[in-house]
Design a protein around this ligand. Structure first.
Ligand code: FAD
Length: 490
């Protein structure tokens, strides 16, 4: 175990997470007399709202996920540590993080927890193997591989005269902004981008479904914008299925149950999960130590000043909090983190406490396809091209780094004015790597030795054992005890 070093005796601020909350909180403290340690489990700052464009080949992953270390390189009072925080000790005022068997303990005087939220499969975690969510670069690249790969497999099958309907059926589960954006982009791929690239299939016959248990598309945008979005999606060729709950999901398709009790099975190889979020499990740790309540999505109840009950030195911001029904959007995280940073700075300068945190709603928007979007700013509701221009402007402002803004604009020109997609590359690792890692007991940690434990002979033995394990997994798959059965491969 290693204790992290801090320079001098300055007030130590630890920030957990390099997302919107973590990054904006750290930057807001750049002029403060503090030493900041940002601990995050990825080395990048992820702009989640554009993940769907990575998944559908418009943008590269680097454009929406610049290295946090580079963004903060000129902020002298901040250091960045890679690691997944596994424990927070509120009594001892330390956090413990791990990466590939290396453990680090970082002490703090003030703590900002901004670990965000992951996908929720509503208790059906096994769905994840067959329907990746849209939360990380890994998710987006895996989906890119699966989407473009399905067209490739359909071309092969069709050339042999096989039925390829299951390969050309794409189902997006969840009709919130992410689901709408994904369904719209897959429809554009099928109807516009790929239409001249194949010989044995007509990509325009692809079926793109958007499924939700709710009675309308984009519920937070209200009935009028929801109806308009549904209409626009249908014009693009998306089949919008509302009032249908996904009850089962496997490698070859999914089962939906309608309100009237009817059950339908849809054969589809490519499913995308865009329904439901679950706050970081760090909320659970904090709740156990403070008695602060957790809601059904694992969000923690915080005081009106974003601190934890009995712990004014601990702030929780962004997607992890349950406060006044605040939505899980970037601005809640950004504004919350800036508020926490100002409070920390103010306390050090002896200033009185701020008034309770107030969220200023700057509006919401979602794109449907190129040149079409919906937006809601206060009471003003916009649709079509004007809303799309607003979307363009806002996203350009918030993409991090000048270089990324320039390249994103170039890629948008290629995709929106032309027919191309600059980022269609997908590798086998992107499609299958995660499933392979998931089959190792401790994931990637199983592939490397802990510090000081490298022993060539032992390592060979370990690798042989892992290979045996992989052979056994393949046997189970072929025997139909997991995944696809031999002879039934797509
Ligand atoms: C696909 C998608 C589209 C979206 N579109 C929009 C949109 O159009 N507009 C909008 O306003 N909002 C949108 N959102 C929501 C928005 O991205 C979130 O509300 C925002 O990212 C929340 O910020 P956060 O700092 O709380 O969490 P995040 O930005 O998710 O950051 C969490 C950070 O914590 C790190 N982390 C997590 N667990 C640990 C751990 N145990 N140890 C160390 N680090 C950890 C993560 O790696 C990450 O760096 C979208 C979200 C998604 C997934």
């Amino acid at each position: 175990m290693a204790a992290s070093q801090t320079a001098g005796d300055r007030h130590r601020v630890v920030v957990i997470g390099s997302g919107f909350g973590g990054l904006f909180g750290t930057k807001a403290l750049r002029r403060s007399d503090v030493d900041i340690t940002m601990v995050a489990k990825t080395t990048h700052h992820l702009f989640q709202p554009l993940l769907y464009q990575v998944a559908t080949g418009i943008l590269s992953e680097g454009e929406i996920a610049p290295p946090t270390r580079e963004i903060l390189s000129s902020q002298a009072n901040a250091r960045v540590l890679l690691g997944e925080v596994t424990h927070i000790d509120l009594e001892a005022r330390t956090i413990t993080s791990q990466v590939l068997g290396r453990e680090t303990v970082s002490p703090y005087d003030s703590l900002i927890v901004a670990a965000g939220a992951g996908q929720s499969y509503f208790g059906n975690d096994h769905f994840a193997e067959f329907a990746p969510g849209m939360k990380s670069i890994d998710d987006a690249l895996e989906l890119r591989g699966r989407i473009f790969g399905a067209f490739e497999m359909a071309e092969l099958g069709a050339a042999r005269g096989e039925n390829v309907d299951h390969l050309l059926t794409f189902v997006v589960v969840g009709a919130g902004p992410t689901g709408v954006e994904m369904a719209g982009q897959i429809a554009e791929l099928a109807h516009r981008t790929l239409r001249r690239d194949f010989r044995s299939i007509n990509t325009r016959t692809a079926r793109v479904m958007l499924v939700d248990a709710a009675p309308q598309v984009l519920p937070p945008f209200g009935a009028k914008l929801g109806a308009k979005t549904k209409q626009e999606l249908e014009k693009l060729g998306v089949e919008v299925v509302l009032g249908a709950m996904v009850t089962d999901l496997d490698e070859r398709g999914l089962e939906m149950k309608y309100k009237d009790g009817r059950v339908e099975r849809v054969a589809s190889v490519t499913k995308i999960w865009a329904a439901g979020v679950q706050a970081s499990s760090l909320g659970q740790t904090l709740s156990e130590q403070t008695g602060a309540p957790l809601d059904r999505a694992g969000r923690i109840g915080v005081n009106p000043d974003l601190t934890l009950p009995g712990h004014p030195e601990v702030f929780v911001v962004g997607d992890m909090i349950a406060l006044d029904h605040l939505p899980g959007v970037a601005q809640v995280a950004i504004q919350g983190a800036k508020y926490a940073a100002k409070e920390i700075d103010g306390r050090l300068k002896g200033k009185p406490a701020q008034a309770p945190f107030r969220y200023f709603d700057k509006g919401s928007m979602a794109t449907i396809s190129r040149f079409r979007a919906v937006a809601m700013v206060g009471k003003i509701q916009l649709t079509g091209f004007i809303a799309w221009l607003m979307w363009l402007a806002v996203h350009l402002v918030y993409i991090t780094g000048f270089k990324n803004r320039v390249t994103a604009v170039l890629h948008w020109l290629v995709s929106f004015l032309g027919r191309g997609r600059a980022e269609r590359t997908a590798t086998e690792q992107q499609i299958f790597g995660r499933n392979a890692l998931a089959r190792l007991r401790r994931g990637a940690t199983d592939l490397v030795s802990a510090p000081g434990e490298y022993d060539a002979a032992l390592e060979r033995e370990r690798r042989e054992a892992l290979e045996q394990q992989a052979v056994e997994e393949a046997r189970l798959t072929d025997a139909g005890e997991r995944g696809v059965k031999a002879g039934e491969r797509v």
